[in-house]
Design a protein around this ligand. Structure first.
Ligand code: NDP
Length: 287
């Protein structure tokens, strides 16, 4: 069997076009503020891509570049000021932050209705309660949209997520539970990873280890979602956590890297920013 490729790039373009269309219906463009601290080259690329996507969608975007030396108190003050700024509907603080700054305190300082990364405890709590998912983290939300686009049933599926981080594995597990999957979340201590993965109808790899998941770990016909981004030794090309060549021979559907989850993460950031903007306009109309 040769797997069908789920084209994240094409889906992301469709979602971005829908966001652009819906943004036009608002009295004012949705506004996103992106804070970047220090000069991590990977973070700089991510921020540039997010800003470019915003501009293409006709959103207002503001980049706030701060030095590594900034104190936590100064950064918190900046985040709170953006919370008061009516041009800004969404605030994103690019991770990682320097070690002297608490990522948790910074996330908590973002108003939940402007938390377009979906990491605030209130938004994660909404996922856990499972009623209204609110602003969900972008990468897991992107994985769900990829599954929907390929008509892969989540309800009733055995889903295995490799990786338990707060930004991918855990929130994705909650979203899949909410949709009726039977979910197993693996980590570095999981015994016999191959056997656990082999039971998955939907297998998600979110680890950060190139080629960890090989074809022999994939159940025939399963859907494989590769979240991993690993830089090859040439420093330019990226590859996923899944050994694409062997897995694609066994899987029913598979996402490529690049061109799978990556572009969807940015598309879901646009969708969250639009949603935050729509909610803000509705709230001010009701006031
Ligand atoms: P983290 O490093 O925070 O988490 C990695 C997880 O993988 C941990 O839970 C870790 O377990 C687990 N793990 C490590 N080794 C193994 C192993 N041998 N077997 C099973 N589990 C293992 O990473 P992130 O969640 O932030 O990111 C994961 C990957 O996804 C990275 O490549 C990252 O670049 C990529 N990513 C891609 C995005 C996109 O837009 N496409 C967005 C975000 C991330 P333990 O907890 O026990 O240490």
């Amino acid at each position: 069997m040769t797997a069908q490729i789920i084209d994240g790039k094409a889906l992301a373009q469709t979602i971005a076009a829908q966001c652009r269309e819906q943004a036009r219906a608002l009295d004012r463009a949705p506004g996103l503020a992106v804070i970047i601290v220090g000069d991590n080259p990977a973070s700089a690329v991510y921020v540039r891509n997010k800003q470019r996507a915003c501009e293409e969608a006709g959103f207002y975007s503001q980049k706030i570049a701060l030095p590594d030396s900034i104190s936590e108190a100064e950064l918190l003050a900046k985040v709170r000021a953006l919370g008061e700024d009516s041009r800004i509907d969404g605030i994103l603080v690019q991770l990682p932050l320097p070690p002297h700054i608490s990522g948790a305190r910074v996330t908590n300082a973002i108003l939940p209705h402007k938390d377009v990364d979906g990491f605030h405890p209130q938004n994660i709590g909404a996922l856990a309660l499972g009623k209204d998912e609110g602003l969900a983290p972008c990468t897991p939300a992107g994985c769900i949209r990829l599954l929907e686009s390929a008509d892969v049933a989540v309800s009733g599926a055995n889903a295995v997520i490799v990786g338990r981080s707060n930004i991918v594995g855990k929130p994705l597990a909650l979203m899949m539970i909410n949709r009726g999957a039977t979910v197993t979340v693996c980590n570095s201590k999981t015994r016999d990873l191959a056997a656990v993965c082999g039971g998955a109808d939907i297998l998600v790899a979110a680890v950060g280890r190139a080629g960890l998941i090989t074809g022999d770990m994939v159940k025939p016909g399963a859907t494989v979602i590769d979240v991993g981004i690993n830089r090859l030794p040439d420093g330019k090309k990226i590859t996923g956590d899944v050994d694409f060549e062997s897995a694609a021979k066994i899987a029913g559907h598979i996402t490529p890297v690049p061109g799978g989850v990556g572009p969807m993460t940015i598309a879901m950031l646009l969708a969250n920013t639009l949603r935050a903007a729509q909610a803000a306009r509705a709230a001010s109309a009701a006031a």
